[in-house]
Structure formats: C-alpha cells, structure tokens
Design a protein around this ligand. Structure first.
Ligand code: BDR
Ligand code: CA
Length: 331
C-alpha cells in the first residue's frame, strides 16, 4: 500500500474534500493522516470540514491534525488590502480565507454549519509535528500530497531537515508553469498564498516532486454528465455531493468546474493515468512585487538552488473520471 499524508485547505466536498474521500477509500492507499493548512479555509474551518467528511465515510481511524494558521510572510493577512492595491488584485479576485475573519475554533464552525458537536476531534499534536514524526516513523515510504499552500511542509523541513531524504515523494497541487495564474496573472492560488513556503519546498532535495499545477488542471472540467453518474446512487457522500453541485446544474445545465486537487489525488492513486509530464528546473518568486507567487519552469538549467522536478501536463481523462466516480459512489 502507498502511504500518504494529505495536507489540505479543505472545503466541504469541493476538490480537497473529494481528494480526501478518494484517498481514504482506495484499497491501495493507506491514508496516514490529514493535516490542515490555511488557504481556501482557515484552520478551524478546514478541520471542521475534514472531521465532518471523515464522519460521513465512517473513518474515525484517520487522524486529523491542525497545521499552520498563517503563511510564513509576516502580517500578510493584516496587510492584504494594501497588497491588493499595490499589486492590482481586483476586489473580486479570489483570496481564500483572507477574505473573512478567522473563526475561534473548529467546534464553532462545526456547530454553525452542521449543528451539534462532531463525534471526532483533531489529535493534540500540531500538524507540522505530525508530518515530521510520521515521516520519521515510515522512512522512504510516505508520499505527501500538498493540495493547499505549502506552509506545513516548509515548516516541517525547517524544523527537521533530516526528514527531506526520508520522504518518498511530494505531489503538489500548485503553480502555473506555462499558463497564467488564477489569483493574479502571475500566480496560482496555493502558491500565491504562501510563496515563501512553496519556494522552500520546491527547492528542497526531495527524491521525487510532482507538480500538478494549472497547466494540467485547467484542461479537464467536471460537468453534468459526471454529476449524474455520481448522484445515480444514493449514499451519505453522494447526498452531500448532490447538495453541493445540484443547485449549480439546476440553474445552468452547462455549468462546469475545475477539479484541481482531485487530479493530484488520482495520479497518486494511479500514476499510469499520467499521459504527459516534463522535467524542468522549477522556482517560485517570493519577492514581494507583482510577480509574488509566480512559478517558473526553466527548460535549461535554472537559478542556483533550483533543481529538476516533474510537471504534469496531461492525464487519461476518461479513466480519471472513472476512478473518481467509482470512489465517490462506493457504499
Ligand atoms: C487550488 O486553490 C484552491 O482553490 C483549490 O482547492 C486548489 O487547491 C487551485 O488553484
Ligand atoms: Ca486545495
């Protein structure tokens, strides 16, 4: 079995949630734990959603650890309005959890969204320590799938750089190598949220790093036909899936959506889905300017400190949707 830690800025049932459910259910994957990170959601939000979805699939055995509450750059949240003005991020640009205040606790979020108290709770250990200890306990065996900002992994390798050679592989959903960003023209959301962290991890000498960035993710769109396949069976998971996407398709049958993190999870489950990848020297710009968070893929030798990593460009689309539908519709 492939041992995996999922590092996520989870929302209910969107790409992170689906990725977690798929990894938790696949027989060839052992999901060692879920670590939350600020990005799409604040830690209390992501944690509440992770617990709720593990409850839905009856997997109280999978530990959830709360990770880093803020990106590495000092006062980023407090100065986000200034950043928007300086770098011309439109008022409507997606800035994830920066767009709202941080809730006090996962219990508050759970209660507000779902009523009552969760039957599960996060472990006491901090998410960064969970990463370090779990990697040390399984040297050479753990794949870290970072589908949110890279803050936790960056902190882990700062605290314990000796874990770098012990990690089997890092799979990122992040970056935009040959295509524009989605938060700014320069930067993809996860790596825009914490560019310092992404730069640190992508430059770290891990044995294997795979970038599942916008280059591949923007080629495939979830649509009504896939929605109908998932919701053709009735389970607690498909019920929430229906509540999440049903209203969108009722409004517009031609509605489509990207599924970013789901692709990162699926190619970890089955690497034979990869149909095109390239190797480049990759870097992330962490200078605080218009290009903050831009990912750079050098076809020839990159700047000092960079190294070659794998970048995903295409997947076998039909089989990809099949894997997703199969795992979501499981009883
Ligand atoms: C990434 O940002 C989040 O919105 C998604 O979950 C994904 O991880 C896409 O840029
Ligand atoms: Ca995500």
């Amino acid at each position: 079995k492939e041992k995996v830690i999922l590092d996520t800025d989870m929302v209910m049932m969107y790409d992170d949630g689906v990725a977690m459910i798929m990894l938790a259910r696949h027989p060839e994957i052992e999901l060692l734990g879920v670590v939350t990170v600020a990005g799409n959601t604040w830690i209390p939000e992501g944690t509440a959603y992770a617990l709720r979805q593990l409850e839905l699939i009856g997997r109280s055995d999978i530990p959830v650890a709360e990770g880093a509450r803020f990106p590495l750059r000092a006062n980023r949240y407090e100065t986000i309005e200034l950043e928007r003005q300086m770098f011309g991020i439109g008022a409507s640009s997606y800035i994830g959890c920066f767009g709202r205040p941080e809730p006090a606790s996962y219990l508050d979020v759970y209660k507000e969204k779902f009523g009552g108290e969760p039957t599960l709770k996060p472990i006491e250990q901090h998410g960064v320590n969970f990463l370090i200890e779990t990697i040390k306990a399984n040297p050479g065996e753990v794949t870290v799938i970072a589908i949110g900002p890279c803050t936790n992994l960056a902190m882990a390798i700062r605290l314990a750089p000796e874990i770098i050679p012990m990690v089997k592989r890092v799979v990122y959903m992040g970056g935009a190598i040959d295509v524009p960003g989605n938060t700014t023209p320069a930067a993809e959301f996860n790596w825009w949220f914490d560019p310092e962290a992404a730069k640190m991890t992508i430059r770290a000498p891990f044995a294997d790093q795979l970038i599942v960035g916008l280059d591949v993710c923007e080629k495939y769109r979830f649509n009504k036909a896939i929605f109908d396949r998932v919701t053709s069976v009735d389970t607690p998971v498909t019920k929430v899936f229906k509540e999440t996407y049903g209203p969108r398709f009722e409004k517009d049958a031609n509605f489509t959506r990207l599924v970013w993190d789901t692709i990162a999870a699926t190619v970890t489950i089955d690497p034979t889905l990869i149909t095109e990848e390239q190797t480049r020297w990759v870097d992330v710009n962490a200078d605080y300017n218009l290009d903050y968070g831009r990912s750079l893929g050098y076809k020839k030798q990159g700047p000092a400190g960079t190294q070659q990593v794998r970048i995903l460009f295409t997947i076998d689309e039909e089989r990809f949707w099949n894997v997703m539908v199969d795992l979501l519709t499981q009883q």
